[in-house]
Design a protein around this ligand. Structure first.
Ligand code: MN
Length: 325
């Protein structure tokens, strides 16, 4: 797809008086961090700016986002610019599509493999580890100066989307940004404790429940790991929706596992599938077959069927994919 330049996008934002920012549903560290960094910089420039959300923020990210998020559609009417960050399709912000299109200009800043051009201005770079990396470039283009709060948000975005700089998407550029963040006054240990060592016991309990369903597939060298959780399990543990987020990484971390999938019942007959590949696999390809999307090593889709049926579909896919490696 043809990207605009960051300079063009910076100019669109600098010309605006009001800006609404749209992160994707099931907000993660990159969506929250990217949105907050951009929102704070635009406010510092005197603009009327809010992040419009349609679901709750995970508890471990609240420390970055206070004062920037709203669910009130009336706060800004007919924004000069609507910006969607870390999301590349209306299905990623379904209840806010109309509001997004109300913006006089629309901008997309994203790093997903499957994103198509759907805004007036687009900057989509699947090679970027995090949207936060792209926002950093945009902020520089807008003349941003050292700011510990913005820096902390960028840190959260890049640290979480790179699995703390472990995933294959991690690059020199990620570390160069980190190096500069120290000059911006970011306390990376304090932020890491907030993000990673601040979990509710319920999260650990739902993780244990999920791992109890673990199945290892394939007799090849490359194996697949599959686990699942039902609505009843969520209720029994008192877990919140985002509290199963870490399960998929645990599955991928198993020795010999190249593919991992975690299936979660969102409502009866609606199964959300998260998938990961370790070194050689491509899960974006599998997700696309079922109207999903994402990255080569991390993708997802939604299946409209029972958990038993969904497990059968995904196990067949991953078993075949693992055997083909
Ligand atoms: Mn992201």
């Amino acid at each position: 797809m043809a990207n605009n330049t960051m300079k063009e996008i910076a100019e669109v934002l600098l010309d605006a008086q009001s800006v609404l920012i749209f992160p994707h549903i099931n907000m993660d560290g990159d969506a929250v961090g990217s949105s907050v960094a951009l929102c704070r910089q635009l406010r510092k420039l005197g603009k009327d700016c809010w992040i419009l959300a349609e679901d709750a923020m995970p508890g471990n990210l609240v420390f970055i986002g206070q004062g920037y998020f709203t669910e009130d559609h009336e706060l800004i009417k007919n924004a000069d610019v609507s910006v969607c960050v870390d999301c590349g399709a209306f299905s990623r912000f379904p209840a806010r599509k109309e509001k997004f299109l109300e913006g006089k200009k629309t901008v997309c800043i994203d790093h997903h493999q499957t994103t198509e051009e759907f805004c007036d201005y687009n900057y989509v770079d699947p090679m970027a580890a995090a949207t936060g990396e792209l926002i950093w470039t945009l902020l520089k283009e807008m003349g941003a100066e050292a700011d510990a709060e913005i820096g902390q948000a960028i840190f959260a975005a890049i640290a979480t989307d790179t699995g703390n700089f472990q995933y294959s998407n991690t690059t020199k550029n990620c570390h160069l940004i980190m190096a500069e963040l120290y000059d911006w006054g970011v306390d990376t240990n304090k932020a890491s404790v907030e993000i990673y060592e601040n979990e509710r016991l319920e999260k650990l309990q739902i993780t244990v429940k999920a791992l109890n369903t673990l199945e290892i597939l394939g007799d090849n060298i490359s194996k697949a790991a599959v686990a699942h959780i039902t609505l009843a399990d969520m209720d029994a543990c008192g877990a919140e929706p985002a509290e199963t987020d870490g399960v998929i990484d645990k599955l991928r971390s198993i020795r010999g596992v190249e593919y991992a999938a975690f299936l979660k019942e969102k409502e009866p007959g609606v199964i959300r599938v998260s998938m990961r590949a370790k070194r050689r696999g491509n899960v974006a390809e599998i997700a696309s077959k079922y109207d999903g999307g994402g990255h080569i090593k991390a993708a997802g889709c939604t299946l409209y069927m029972s958990m038993e049926e969904a497990l059968a579909v995904i196990k067949k896919e991953l078993e075949a994919a693992a055997a083909a490696l």
